[in-house]
Design a protein around this ligand. Structure first.
Ligand SMILES: [Zn+2]
Length: 394
C-alpha cells in the first residue's frame, strides 16, 4: 500500500494550517495565531506528515517572516527567533533531532527526506498531556508527595499542585511554576527532572532540601493552551503572565487559584519556568526592579545565580535579562508580582528554544534530555541559598 502525502495539525497539541500540500517538494503552511491581538501570540507549530518515506520534502511556513517583525521590546540587535535554529523532528515521538531551517524571502523553510512513512515536526519537542498525567500519577506514589487539585482552568481542566515534603512552620516555602506560555514545552521536561529527583529517596540533595523546605510545584499553569497547541495564551485568549495584578475567574482562573494558594502558604522562593525563542543560553531574571527591591534581594539573587552555575554548567553566568533593567517592573508578570507581594527571591527562568552557545549539540540543540537535567539541578541551586531565604510566611 502506498499512501498519499498528508500534512496535519489535527493531533493532540498540534498547531499548523495547511495551505497547499499537493506537492511534497513545496508544502506551504501557515502558523496559527492565538485568539489574541498580542503580536507575540503566534509562532508555535507542531504537525504530522505521512506518506513521505524517501521523498524530498520542502516545508515553507509562509507567514513566519511577518511574525518575526514583531520583535520584543528591548530586543533590537538580537537575532530573530528563526535564525540559527531548526525544527525538532521525530519518527517515534520520543527522540527529537534537529534539521536545519532558515528564513527565505519571508518564509521559514526546512528541507527533509524522511526515512520512515510518518514524521513529526515541531518548533520544540511537545510535552504531551498524557506524559504530564503519568508524571503526576507516578509522583503521588512517593510518601513525600501530596497532589492537590486547586481549581479549574478557563476550559474546565483540573489544575494540580504537587507538594513535596511536610509543611512545618520553620521550613522555607518554595513555589515552582511552569508553562504559563504553552508553547514553552521545555518547561514540562524541566519539571519532570525536578520532580523525579525530589522523590528519589536515595538522593542526598533532595533529602537535605526537604529537611528545611517544602516545595509546591505547578507542573502546568496552562493545560488548555498546551492541549490546544497555543503559543502564548489560555483557552480564552489571556496571556497568563500579564494577569497577576488583577486576575479574574472569567479570564484567568489559573492565576486566581495559584495566587490564592500562595496567600495561604506564603512564599520564600519562587521560580517561574519559561522558554526564550531568541537567545542562545539559559538565563534568569531576578526581583531587581520591583518597588520593594533591596540590596538584600539583589545579593540573594546574585548568590542564587552562583549557586545554580555551580550546580549545572548549563546555567552560565554573564547572560543578564535582555534589554537592560526597566525603570519599573511589570507587576502583571508572575515573577515580579510574587517578588513584590512576598518580598522574596522570585526568579524568572528562560531556557532556549535554539541551543546554548557554550555547548552546541548539532544533533538535538537544546533538547528534552537537557531540560530534564536542568530541572534536576534546581534542588542543589536552591540549597545553596536556603539559609538566606526569608524564614516563614509573612
Ligand atoms: Zn514565557
Amino acid at each position: 500500500m502506498s499512501g498519499k502525502t498528508s500534512v496535519s495539525g489535527a493531533i493532540p497539541c498540534g498547531s499548523i494550517d495547511v495551505v497547499d500540500a499537493s506537492d511534497a517538494a513545496d508544502i506551504q503552511l501557515r502558523l496559527r495565531r492565538d485568539n489574541s491581538q498580542d503580536p507575540q501570540a503566534i509562532g508555535y507549530y507542531y504537525f504530522r506528515v505521512s506518506g513521505v518515506r524517501g521523498r524530498a520534502c520542502t516545508f515553507r511556513l509562509i507567514n513566519a517572516g511577518t511574525e518575526a517583525q514583531a520583535r520584543l521590546a528591548g530586543r533590537d540587535g538580537y537575532e530573530d527567533e528563526w535564525t540559527n535554529t531548526g525544527p525538532h523532528v521525530s519518527y517515534d515521538r520520543r527522540h527529537w533531532f534537529r534539521i536545519p531551517g532558515k528564513l527565505e524571502g519571508g518564509a521559514y523553510v526546512f528541507r527533509h527526506e524522511p526515512e520512515h512513512d510518518v514524521c513529526y515536526y515541531s518548533k520544540w519537542a511537545p510535552y504531551p498531556p498524557d506524559r504530564e498525567l503519568d508524571l503526576i500519577a507516578r509522583c503521588q506514589l512517593s510518601p513525600r508527595v501530596r497532589i492537590a487539585t486547586i481549581g479549574r482552568s478557563a476550559a474546565g481542566t483540573d489544575l494540580d499542585v504537587v507538594t513535596i515534603g511536610e509543611p512545618a512552620p520553620k521550613k522555607k516555602v518554595c513555589w515552582i511554576l511552569a508553562r504559563q506560555h504553552p508553547s514553552e514545552t521545555m518547561g514540562g521536561y524541566f519539571i519532570e527532572g525536578l520532580l523525579e529527583r525530589m522523590v528519589d529517596e536515595s538522593d542526598p540533595i533532595a533529602r537535605l532540601l526537604l529537611q528545611h523546605a517544602v516545595l509546591h510545584v505547578v507542573p502546568n499553569m496552562n493545560p488548555d493552551g498546551s492541549r490546544l497547541g497555543l503559543t502564548r495564551t489560555n483557552a480564552v485568549g489571556a496571556n497568563l503572565n500579564r494577569e497577576w495584578m488583577s486576575p479574574s475567574l472569567q479570564r484567568s482562573p489559573e492565576v486566581v487559584h495559584v495566587r490564592s494558594q500562595m496567600e495561604g502558604t506564603g512564599v520564600d522562593f519562587c521560580l517561574d519556568v519559561h522558554g526564550d525563542e531568541e537567545l542562545r543560553c539559559v538565563f534568569l531574571g531576578g526581583p531587581l526592579e520591583i518597588p520593594s527591591r533591596s540590596t538584600f534581594l539583589a545579593e540573594l539573587f546574585n548568590a542564587f545565580e552562583h549557586s545554580w552555575a555551580a550546580a549545572s554548567p548549563e546555567y552560565e553566568l554573564g547572560h543578564p535579562y535582555p534589554g537592560g533593567a526597566p525603570a519599573e517592573a511589570d507587576l502583571r508578570m508572575a515573577w515580579n508580582w510574587i517578588g513584590e507581594r512576598f518580598k522574596c527571591l522570585s526568579v524568572l527562568l528562560e531556557q532556549p528554544f535554539k541551543d546554548t552557545s557554550w555547548w552546541q549539540d548539532p544533533i538535538q540543540g537544546w533538547s528534552p534530555e537537557r531540560a530534564v537535567r536542568l530541572g534536576a539541578s534546581l534542588p542543589q541551586a536552591i540549597l545553596g541559598v536556603l539559609p538566606r531565604l526569608r524564614p516563614g510566611p509573612q
